[in-house]
Design a protein. Sequence first.
Length: 202
Amino acid sequence: MSVEKIIEKISLEAAEKAGIIRRTAEEEAARYLEKEKMAAEAEKNAEIAARKREVDAEVSRMLAQARMEGRQTIRNTREKLISDCFDRARERITAISGSPEYPEILEYLIQDGIKKIGAQDITLSANSRDIPVLESILAKGTGTVVRVSGEPIPTSGGVLLRTGSGTRRVDNTFEARLDRMRRDLIFDVAGILSGEREVPEE
């Protein structure tokens, strides 16, 4: 074999080995790149998941805050409506206590209290303006032993009934009756706010 043939053969073998080495390197590089790509994708997905958790937590916090503020707004609105209703009621009651119909209303409150207290010996208390009115009503007779206390009580109207022993009492003053109405009024206002009831017309 001539020198030229030997050199040609060696050159072919070297080229073949170089091709194998190159293909192997390219395959290794491709595998490495794929591995890096997968790792980067996993890291990206983990970061996205972490950001999503942060966003979800912030949304939950904002919703909770909004619900709390909404409940507070409802409570404030309800209390304002109730206060407005009671302010108007007190104004009207003050006007009633000076009306010609007031003695009849006072007589009803006395009879109502006598039925509720269920006793035969009763003392009535009222404001100083109403004491003469009470005495005039009692002069008609009530079927029960009723006395008027000489000590007036601070009230805009109505009457306080107590047994002779003081163990039982019925507070039919305007203020006490308004306070007893307050719980029902809270339910009414709650119904108005929820839309289950209509706002009454003036």
